[in-house]
Design a protein around this ligand. Structure first.
Ligand code: NAP
Length: 263
């Protein structure tokens, strides 16, 4: 299938590891040009080098903490300075601690919302004037299945994801008339640094080991295994492309069938 992403300009938050880096790779393979952002500059530069060497990709990096005021504007300015337009935004920055609800303090809740939810709000909000001027754009939010089916030992992530789904849907309605598409993927447990940290938190709260917890998850995934980041990334690239046609306001599960609900 032709994705027509050649020379499209994509911003990827959380672009230096995990699902963000994998999404950047999927886009680079299709010929997109990238601005990657996250905090760790060394990791950003190693993804940049890999994409340049493997795909000849044109990649810029912006080390920054997306929880800071004005972060969205800085990312958009950097993309426009380097590439003059923005076609795609991938919101992949995120992480939330888990544990027993009554042991999770205020700061943990604030951190969860500040990073993933407010990080995406800041970036999308800052990009809207440019996307509206262009009358085009594809926003892809990496959310997560706990938003649809809350995990009682990972409630900060579950609540953030549910809130994120609300803006995913609302913005698709608000921005559709301007030719801007807003979609999301809902990964199930997918092998990355973050999920291993979350497994450690959840294992502690469940009085078990991360290995046992992973096995419990496997048993609940119909295909019997965790997802891999490139499996999510391929769907992200599809939603970032015109090949996804009139798909707008959707949240696509990429979870081996783990989500049981119909909606
Ligand atoms: N892996 C899964 O199983 C899974 C399942 C469902 C949903 N998700 C969601 O997918 C997203 C990516 O997760 P992942 O598994 O790929 O996690 P990851 O490997 O830990 O990546 C998280 C990314 O966010 C960046 N980040 C963290 N704090 C930041 C900050 N303050 N400012 C800017 N960037 C920041 C990290 O880079 P720096 O640390 O360098 O800043 C990194 O690039 C998350 O929102 C997660 O909830 C993941």
């Amino acid at each position: 299938m032709e994705l027509n992403l050649k020379d499209k300009i994509a911003i990827v938050s959380g672009g230096n590891k995990g699902l963000g880096a994998a999404s950047a790779e999927a886009l680079a393979k299709e010929g997109a040009k990238l601005l990657l952002t996250a905090r760790n500059e060394t990791d950003l530069n190693s993804v940049k080098t890999e994409l340049q060497e493997n795909y000849g990709a044109d990649v810029g990096v912006l080390p920054l903490d997306i929880t800071e005021d004005g972060a969205g504007e800085k990312i958009v300015e950097a993309a426009l300075e380097k590439f003059k337009r923005i076609d795609v935004i991938i919101n992949a920055a995120g992480a939330a601690r888990g544990g027993l609800f009554w042991e999770i303090d205020d700061q943990t809740w604030r951190d969860a919302f500040e990073l993933k939810f407010m990080g995406a709000v800041r970036l999308i909000r800052a990009a809207i004037p440019q996307l509206r001027t262009q009358k085009s754009g594809r926003i892809v939010n990496i959310i997560g299945m706990f938003g649809r089916e809350p995990a009682n030992r990972a409630l900060p992530a579950s609540a953030v994801n549910a809130a994120f789904m609300a803006i995913n849907k609302g913005l698709s309605q608000e921005l559709g008339p301007d030719g801007i598409f807003v979609n999301a993927v809902d990964p199930g447990p997918t092998r990355s640094e973050r999920i291993m940290r979350l497994f450690e938190d959840m294992a502690k709260a469940n009085n078990t080991t991360p290995e046992n917890l992973e096995n419990d998850f496997r048993a609940r995934i119909p295909i019997g295994r965790l997802g891999e980041v490139d499996e999510v990334a391929r769907i992200v690239a599809f939603l970032a492309s015109e090949a996804s046609g009139n798909v707008n306001g959707t949240v696509l599960a990429v979870d081996g069938g783990m989500t049981r609900g119909l909606f």
